[in-house]
Design a protein around this ligand. Structure first.
Ligand SMILES: C[S@@+](CC[C@H](N)C(=O)[O-])C[C@H]1O[C@@H](n2cnc3c(N)ncnc32)[C@H](O)[C@@H]1O
Ligand code: SF4
Length: 359
């Protein structure tokens, strides 16, 4: 049963130095045109009843709130659903946040990355830490009771002390949810070019591991639950939509380059506007790739996604029981309520552990 929808908004005011997400600079006209196609695409699917809706990007908060409302009005949404919008602090003010709330958004995920003006400038963010804090407070004034903040760590030149300062700031703000990712040096981004030229350096692996341990210890000491490899929440405030991905549940993906998982199929939409619009004009779903999953592949996804959930983990079945026992003996997995979860040692090399489940 599909009760989750991800809607991709591929527009940003400006491209951040580290980012290779599918997003472009735009005009209000281009955004309007895109929303019209999005609505047509959504109508190509059966009328599922949604329990979580997630506007991601890019920068969905660049849309006009009435455009978000138009999209939401097309969907059948259950009463106590989680309806999230990703926000870049530079794209909103109090009035716009109020309008998003009135349009039906009840959860925000705000991209902060750091509170330190030096690192924000270095990675090409257009806002300061103070502006990000102001937008967070405006979100509260606008009535949002469920707010997530994104942070990044292991930024070029960042010290453990710098990370601690960001943690102190974020804990004071006390958002319901925190996502915190170490910088990925994506090929082709301006930051990566600077790395190749030798203008910037990667953080040493050991220091990065120390930063991660600090983040875990610090946020846990402030009452946050480390429920997923890169995500923390106050009790009961886990991201409901993203948790469905990790539980390998079905979701519809709409919009340029969006991925989805329905029935036995994982699909990815066209990544250029011409193909995406062309297929929708022909009343076709704008797929670029479709992968029909065999039972074995479904199982692999179940393990590599499920083990990311640190409290819940996965139930082991016949085929992988030996693998789980082997990883348990090595100290990377342990049993909790009949399921397997990562140990701290496993968490520190999580990607290597996940690879053990890929044939
Ligand atoms: C779509 S953005 C969030 C909303 C909005 N676009 C913004 O940046 O404010 C998703 C998040 O992915 C993370 N992210 C993007 N590129 C990354 C990279 N190369 N390494 C680590 N995290 C990255 C950032 O934390 C970012 O907030
Ligand atoms: S990090 Fe966010 S604002 Fe920056 S380019 Fe990527 S999607 Fe756009």
């Amino acid at each position: 049963m599909c009760d989750a929808i991800y809607i991709h908004i591929p527009f940003c005011i400006n491209k951040c130095q580290y980012c290779d997400f599918l997003s472009f600079k735009s005009t209000p006209y281009k955004r309007r045109e895109y929303v019209e196609y999005l609505k047509k695409e959504i109508k190509l699917y059966p009328e599922f009843e949604y329990d979580t809706v997630y506007f991601g990007g890019g920068t969905p908060s660049l849309l006009d709130p009435f455009e978000v409302k138009e999209i939401l009005e097309l969907l059948q949404i259950r009463e106590d659903s989680e309806v999230t919008l990703e926000v870049n602090p530079k794209s909103v003010d109090l009035e716009k946040l109020r309008a998003f709330r009135n349009a039906g958004i009840n959860r925000l995920s705000i991209g902060v990355q750091s509170f330190d003006p030096y690192y924000l400038k270095l990675i090409g963010r257009l806002h300061t830490g103070i502006e990000a804090e102001e937008i967070y407070r405006d979100a509260r004034k606008a009535g949002f009771e469920n707010v997530s903040l994104d942070l990044m760590f292991s930024l070029p030149g960042q010290s453990i002390e710098d990370v601690r300062k960001d943690l102190v700031k974020i804990a004071k703000l006390r958002p319901e949810h925190i996502s915190i990712y170490s910088l990925i040096w994506e090929e082709g981004t301006p930051l990566y070019e600077k790395l190749l030229k030798g203008d910037l350096e990667e953080t040493d692996n050991e220091i990065e591991a120390e930063m991660y341990e600090l983040i875990i210890d610090f946020l846990k000491s402030k009452g946050y639950i480390h429920y997923e490899v890169s995500n923390f929440s106050l009790p009961g405030k886990e991201a409901r939509h993203n948790t469905k991905y990790w539980e390998n549940k079905e979701y519809l993906g709409a919009g340029l380059g969006a991925s989805g998982y329905i029935g036995n199929q994982r699909y990815k939409n066209a990544v250029n506007f011409e193909d995406y619009y062309g297929k929708i004009d022909n009343n076709e779903k704008p797929y670029e790739e479709v992968e029909v999953l065999k039972e074995k592949e479904k199982e692999e996804y179940r393990y590599i996604l499920g083990l990311r959930l640190l409290e819940k983990g996965v139930e082991a079945d016949k085929e992988y029981i030996d693998k789980c026992v082997e990883l348990e003996k090595k100290g990377y997995l342990m049993k909790k309520s009949g399921r397997y979860i990562l140990t701290h040692k496993g968490l520190m090399i999580a990607n290597d552990v996940f690879e053990e489940f890929i044939s």
